[in-house]
Design a binder for this molecule. Structure first.
Ligand code: C5P
Length: 248
């Protein structure tokens, strides 16, 4: 893993309806976060030109195209090759898409880091029965570890997992297997407004990074803060505390 500064570890999702609004946040937050994430909402509304525009506005930042691909191996393999040609740094696929798909993706990704989504942080143990998951894997910790193992065997660069599982993932699969942690919330509601929302398996920036997260995804706590730059700076400070305590 390359050496990352505290701000480099912050992934800001551009969960916004238009290219103009997204670029407004890129302008505001460049230099304060390391990665801009383009998700479904923005890519569906604005398409590949938004990726180019972000790279132009913030050439130092990385771009994460978070499509969470899930289809047959040939279709996803081709989509991944297309995504790679946009020059993005990270892309995502769902780990439960089958080993054949993950291997096809790993083969076609080129220099792009492919991350496997293990289990969405909006899901809890109660949802797993509805999803048809076997009783012995209904513990999110066990399921995440199982899926991370498949991702590693297939040759992916890392996984997306919650702060509750990241420690075990890093201990089991090593420091070069990237862990990205969303579902970041503060115990005190001093940043952002997201008190009651869809995230269930949550951790603070300090806890996630202390436990080994290489990157954290922080959306609403920055986007909805009265001062997004200040929110990002406070998060970077928490990350700094965690990395200096851990000695890295
Ligand atoms: O911090 P907040 O909850 O607003 O972050 C939402 C973002 O996190 C969305 O862009 C969503 O796609 C992303 N996310 C993710 N993986 C998960 C859960 C959320 O990338 N498991």
């Amino acid at each position: 893993m390359e050496k990352l500064s505290p701000k480099d570890r912050i992934i800001f999702p551009l969960d916004l309806p238009s290219k103009d609004e997204a670029l407004g946040f890129v302008r505001l937050l460049k230099g304060h976060v390391g990665v801009f994430k383009v998700g479904l909402e923005l890519f569906v509304s604005s398409g590949p030109p938004v990726v180019e525009a972000i790279k132009k506005e913030a050439p130092e930042a990385k771009v994460f195209l978070d499509m969470k691909f899930h289809d047959i191996p040939e279709t996803v393999g081709r989509a991944v090759a297309s995504a790679a040609s946009l020059g993005v740094d990270f892309i995502t696929v769902h780990c439960d898409s089958g080993r054949g798909l993950l291997e096809a993706v790993a083969r076609r990704a080129g220099k792009v880091k492919v991350l496997g989504v293990t289990l969405l942080t909006s899901l809890s143990g109660n949802d797993l029965g509805d999803m048809g998951i076997a009783p012995e894997l209904r513990d999110p910790g066990a399921l995440v570890l199982h899926r991370a193992r498949i991702a590693k065997l297939a040759g992916l660069g890392g996984v997306v997992c919650s702060g509750l599982e990241v420690k075990k993932v890093k201990e089991t699969f090593g420091k070069n297997f990237i862990a990205v942690t969303p579902g970041i919330r503060f115990s005190t509601q001093d940043i952002g407004t997201a008190k009651k929302d869809d995230q269930k398996r949550i951790a603070s920036p300090y806890e996630a990074v202390r436990d080994g997260a290489d990157y954290i995804v922080v959306g609403r706590p920055i986007r909805d803060a009265s001062d997004p730059v200040e929110a990002a700076s406070l998060i970077a400070k928490e990350i700094e505390k965690a990395t200096s305590k851990a000695g890295w």
